[in-house]
Design a protein around this ligand. Structure first.
Ligand code: C5P
Length: 299
């Protein structure tokens, strides 16, 4: 086998409850993740040294992503070799479709994809437990990018367990032209003193199983929304437009600035996207939940 390609999905947070800052600087979370059908494809092949290339689809601007050993996919590869005490390197090529710095965990998707791809390329047979532990050290969302589906996340977001979901949700995804730093949004959350909300969202869990979008819409929640809007007041006009275009609810994705609209089904999502494209240069539609990082080709 000379190359392996792994596909990893974007994530959204259907519920993002944020607790106090911990001694390590991270915040305790009670969050519900869902993997949605926007993907990065990561292809790896063995090489003498680590390197990364990237192509972005369509109008996506990926110019801020580092193309050196700071790239999270390369850091993931190095972490995997250190775990196994092996001296290997690879070329990593990222075909990026997940908007960058958008609150969609695109970097985490690349890290998870690189872990799965290199594990397969070199037949390392890393246990799931070890892969999740390596993923957690790379970033709070990386373990979820490995498992996908819909999951409850605790700790700083890295402890994930699947939750029941009847499936078939459709999201309208409205990326923003300029990204937001996750760290800056959490710092603003602290500055605003917004409090602690760490209860498990039982009503949301019920709505996920029930499967009715209009009911799920009433239980979507993001504690970081006020902090993101405080940093970027221009984002405040979007929810009303999204709901007026026909979505059941508008929700900020993670730390933003991407907005999401919950639609009835795929046809309705495309209709809403058509209306919103009057205002926004890029509007996408994605189903959820979808699978976590998985091999799509090895040749
Ligand atoms: O874990 P990750 O590297 O994705 O986090 C990026 C930044 O977001 C952290 O450096 C931290 O400032 C903030 N963060 C946080 N609490 C979390 C997750 C992230 O404060 N649970």
């Amino acid at each position: 086998m000379t190359t392996v390609t792994v596909r990893a999905p974007a994530k959204i947070n259907l519920h993002l409850g944020v607790g106090p800052a911990r001694p390590d600087g991270y915040h305790a979370l009670a969050t519900v993740y869902q993997a949605i059908g926007l993907y990065d494809d990561v292809t790896v092949r063995s090489d003498d040294h680590w390197s990364v290339t990237m192509t972005a689809t369509g109008d996506l601007d990926a110019s801020d992503v580092p193309l050196d050993t700071y790239n999270i996919a390369i850091r993931a590869g190095i972490a995997l070799t250190e775990h196994h005490h092996i001296d290997r390197a690879a070329h990593v090529d990222i075909a990026k479709s997940i908007p960058v710095a958008g609150g969609l965990a695109g970097g985490s998707a690349d890290a998870a994809a690189a872990l799965v791809a290199l594990d397969r390329l070199w037949d390392l047979q890393t246990s799931d437990e070890d892969l999740l532990a390596i993923a957690a050290r790379l970033g709070s969302d990386v373990p979820f990018s490995l498992i996908g589906g819909t999951a409850y996340g605790t700790g700083r977001g890295e402890l994930v367990e699947p939750v029941g979901d009847s499936g078939g949700w459709w999201w309208v995804v409205i990326p923003n032209e300029s990204g937001l730093s996750t760290g800056a949004v959490y710092a603003e959350y602290d500055r605003l003193g917004l409090g602690e909300h760490l209860n498990a969202p039982q009503k949301l869990f019920g709505a996920l199983v029930e499967g009715r979008p209009e009911r799920l819409a009433t239980h979507l929640h993001n504690d970081l929304q006020p902090a993101a809007l405080s940093l970027r007041p221009d984002l405040a006009q979007h929810p009303e437009r999204i709901v007026r275009a026909g979505a059941h609810a508008a929700l900020l994705s993670g730390s933003g600035p991407t907005w999401l609209g919950l639609a009835d089904d795929g046809d309705r999502a495309r209709e809403i996207a058509g209306v919103l494209s009057e205002w926004y240069p890029l509007v996408l539609c994605a189903p959820g939940p979808v699978a976590g990082a998985h091999v799509i080709t090895y040749v």
